[in-house]
Design a protein around this ligand. Structure first.
Ligand code: DGT
Ligand code: CA
Ligand code: CA
Ligand code: ZN
Length: 591
């Protein structure tokens, strides 16, 4: 899939540059092709090797695009794209990352003001030059100025979902080696943080140099940044991967140390000191008998103290009088205190997922039929599955979305599906309706009352003031037919920050109204995020993990949602997806 992603990205850039150049129609053709290239299960370089016809077998790839794909696979570039880059020498990816700045805007700002980078865009906004360009105004200029900072930051960290598959791949690669006793990811990726600076990998081995050699020879590596005796860094898919090789007896200590977070580790080390212990990446040491002024000819263990833990991570926590703490919690947000008091409960897991309550089909903007999606849900061994296609309304463009009449008609067909699939899975009839800027819904009350599952989501006006946004969501949560508040803030990681809300107020209202707050598992969203989930849970709200899948393979996003829920301290009792169908029905028909 590697090259497929890479080539899909090139075509997306192609589309952006054509659009910036004022070309119509072609950009959307290229974007659709990019989508299908990314989803195509055959490696694109193999299809390219087979020839033009094989490449054209990809949905929506015609002869012109196919020859460009072959050109790219053979030469590493596409002439026509290079010409576009020369004609419009702008950093199009960075600039279009600014919320409100699309390719067309980039084209205009280049022509009028010669803007090519984020820095130049920020400077022009500050100097109030943008407001004078025809088609722009003071308001647009202010928006741009406010959004540049976010876009700049966004370029620095990768989204979890863009990196996790690569991390899994490096683990699989290392696990196959006989020289590797044990291997695990560490750092932010093991904590399932929503964005990742770099990937940290740890391996236990007595032959570190051989492991380092294996690692730096990994075929996915595009460049080796550094390589020493027991650590090395390389780059793959634009992401930095750090490997450390440690002695098998110290694996647990190193894993604990390099998983972090730094704040969690600082708090743990203080706890160690209080107990006359010293903790580092080699183990936990008893320093009660150690003379700090010891002179140099005393033995090592007299100076450092006796090692009391280090082979396993569990032993590290146990030495401090604590149960093992799941990595997702290690942010020093109360987890050490809770562990010490014995109040850390077992967290929600992927195995606890019994269904998905927010998914799409071709009836709105999904890419697969309901039958195909339900098949995939059966494959997940789910008990229930809600089809919640978009309702028409604010934020739905290009005729996407179901009217009340469409929904009424669909009610009948979902029942038909249930007759044939009833023993395998329960298919629930639902909708994803739109929350307008005031908090009203774009679907009629009578049809909402007839549906099994109503997801209500904000899709527009995501730049509202905190108070307005909070009231808006509370109004939606209180609607008597709403079961789930979908992607509550509307954020898109590295693209836009989403609504600024008072999560405690929204969660308190949701708890009272028995409306579940969604953790949208799509890795571009992860909305709610960890700290908001923790606050929502503390306020008594029910959490629900949904994939918002638009294609069968996206049901696999569930794990990102589950680990994000775990970052919010969710146990099975906090999460709606862990209940059986009977309990689910009672939650949905509570009103
Ligand atoms: P990232 O990569 O920015 O997403 O975040 P992390 O948490 O993966 O941070 P990273 O890669 O710099 O380091 C991995 C872990 O190693 C970190 O969570 C804690 C530990 N660590 C690294 N450097 C230090 C340090 O200077 N002091 C301490 N106490 N711990 C460190
Ligand atoms: Ca890291
Ligand atoms: Ca690192
Ligand atoms: Zn959706």
């Amino acid at each position: 899939m590697r090259r497929n992603d890479e080539i899909a990205r090139r075509f997306e850039e192609f589309a952006d540059r054509l659009e910036a150049d004022g070309v119509e129609y072609k950009p959307s053709v290229y974007r659709r092709a990019a989508e299908n290239i990314r989803e195509c299960s055959d490696p694109i370089e193999e299809l390219a090797a087979e020839g033009q016809d094989a490449v054209e077998s990809i949905n929506r790839v015609g002869d012109a695009i196919a020859s460009k794909i072959i050109e790219y696979v053979e030469t590493g570039s596409i002439d026509e794209l290079d010409e576009l880059r020369d004609r419009l020498p702008v950093e199009i990816d960075a600039l279009t990352r600014v919320d409100g700045v699309g390719p067309k805007t980039v084209g205009t700002l280049y022509e009028e003001l010669g803007i090519t980078t984020l820095d130049e865009l920020a400077a022009a906004a500050k100097a109030e030059e943008i407001r004078d360009v025809s088609g722009f105004g003071a308001k647009t200029e202010t928006n741009i100025r406010e959004n540049v900072a976010f876009a700049r930051q966004a370029g620095e960290r990768e989204r979890l979902g863009d990196v996790r598959p690569l991390a899994d791949e490096v683990l699989t690669f290392l696990r196959r080696r006989e020289t590797v006793d044990n291997t695990e990811v560490a750092g932010s990726i093991r904590r399932w943080r929503d964005t990742i600076g770099d990937v940290d990998v740890l391996a236990a081995s007595t032959e570190s140099e051989r492991v380092i050699e294996t690692f730096t020879d990994w075929s996915a590596a595009t460049d080796v940044i550094e390589a020493g005796e027991n650590k090395a860094s390389l780059r793959a898919e634009g992401v930095r991967i750090d490997l450390r090789v440690v002695d098998p007896g110290e694996f647990g200590a190193a894993l604990q140390y390099f998983t972090g977070s730094q704040d969690h580790n600082v708090a743990l080390r203080n706890r160690a000191i209080e107990r006359d212990l010293k903790m580092n990446e080699y183990g936990v040491f008893d320093v009660s008998d150690v003379d700090t002024d010891a002179d140099a000819n005393e033995t090592n263990s007299q100076r450092i103290g006796d090692r009391v833990a280090g082979e396993t991570e569990e032993s590290m926590y146990e030495a401090l009088g604590l149960p093992w703490i799941p990595p997702e919690l290690r942010e020093n947000r109360g987890e050490i205190e809770a562990a010490a008091e014995g109040t850390l409960s077992k967290l929600f897991t992927v195995e606890d997922m019994r269904g998905d309550l927010h998914t799409h089909t071709t009836r709105s903007d999904g890419r697969a039929s309901r039958e195909q999606m339900v098949d995939a849900a059966v494959g997940q061994e789910y008990d229930y599955y809600a089809v919640t296609d978009h309702a028409s309304g604010p934020g739905m463009v290009g005729g996407i979305g179901l009217s009340d009449d469409d929904l009424r008609e669909q009610l009948g067909t979902v029942e038909t599906a249930n007759e044939t699939r009833g023993n395998e899975i329960e298919v629930l009839a639902g909708v994803e309706t739109n929350i307008d800027s005031e908090g009203d819904l774009s679907t009629g009350d009578d049809i909402l009352a007839e549906l099994d599952v109503v997801v209500a989501s904000p899709h527009t006006a995501l730049g509202q003031e905190r108070e307005t946004a909070t009231e808006r969501l509370i109004r939606a949560v209180n609607h008597q037919s709403v079961d789930v508040l979908g992607h509550p803030t509307g954020r898109r990681i590295n693209e836009r920050p989403g609504l600024d809300i008072d999560i405690e107020q929204v969660a308190t209202a949701a708890a009272a109204a028995e409306t579940a707050l969604e953790v949208n598992a799509n890795p571009t969203r992860l909305d709610l995020h960890g700290t908001f989930i923790q606050a929502a849970r503390d306020a008594g709200a029910t959490i629900v993990v949904n994939t918002d899948a638009h294609a069968p393979e996206s049901l696999a996003y569930a794990r990102y949602g589950v680990h994000t829920a775990r970052r919010g301290w969710c146990t099975p009792t906090d999460v709606l997806n862990s209940v059986d169908l009977t309990e689910l029905r009672s939650f949905l028909h509570w009103r």
